[in-house]
Design a protein around this ligand. Structure first.
Ligand code: SF4
Length: 159
């Protein structure tokens, strides 16, 4: 039974690497990082060559891309989106605000970086990062997911 579960997880991870669907959520960004995320999804940068597409809602998403310092109001919404996203899933913090809160971290309404609310798998620094840096980060994450799937398969084969 556990072996079957492992194989299912490995299969889901492999599927994710072929066509990761991305959901973008702004937890308090100035809009700079959002513009770069949107630009990264345009034909100019052609993210579909890696299968990267925009997900319409959390239930169809594989990767949650978060921009902005984490405000108190947005934290609960982000947690809810995270719970609504099926496993296996990844969270990417895009920009210095999402990583640490940046210059807004001492603001009365800001908690800090997004990892104060949900586990973050990848941090892409910059204020804002360039679209190609965002795509490169996601591609690195996909390599990690592929490796994880292979490790799970190897473990299941040993048992
Ligand atoms: S990292 Fe810079 S560009 Fe991005 S939301 Fe913060 S201030 Fe704006």
């Amino acid at each position: 039974m556990q072996d079957q579960q492992h194989r299912k997880t490995a299969f889901a991870l492999k599927m994710l690497t072929r066509s990761p669907w991305i959901m973008h959520f702004n937890t308090g960004a100035c809009n700079g990082c959002d513009i770069e995320v949107v630009a990264a999804l345009t034909p100019l940068y052609d993210p579909e060559r890696f299968g990267i597409k925009l997900a319409p809602n959390p239930r169809h998403a594989d990767i949650i891309v978060v921009t902005g310092a984490l405000t108190k109001k947005a934290a609960e919404r982000l947690r809810r989106l995270y719970e609504q996203t099926p496993d296996p899933k990844y969270v990417v913090a895009v920009g210095t605000c999402a990583i640490s809160g940046n210059v807004f971290r001492h603001s009365y309404s800001v908690i800090g970086g997004v990892d104060k609310a949900v586990p973050v798998d990848l941090y892409i620094p910059g204020c804002p990062p360039r679209p190609d840096a965002i795509i490169q980060g996601i591609v690195e994450l996909l390599k990690r997911a592929r490796k994880e799937a292979e490790e799970i398969e190897a473990e299941a084969a040993e048992d």
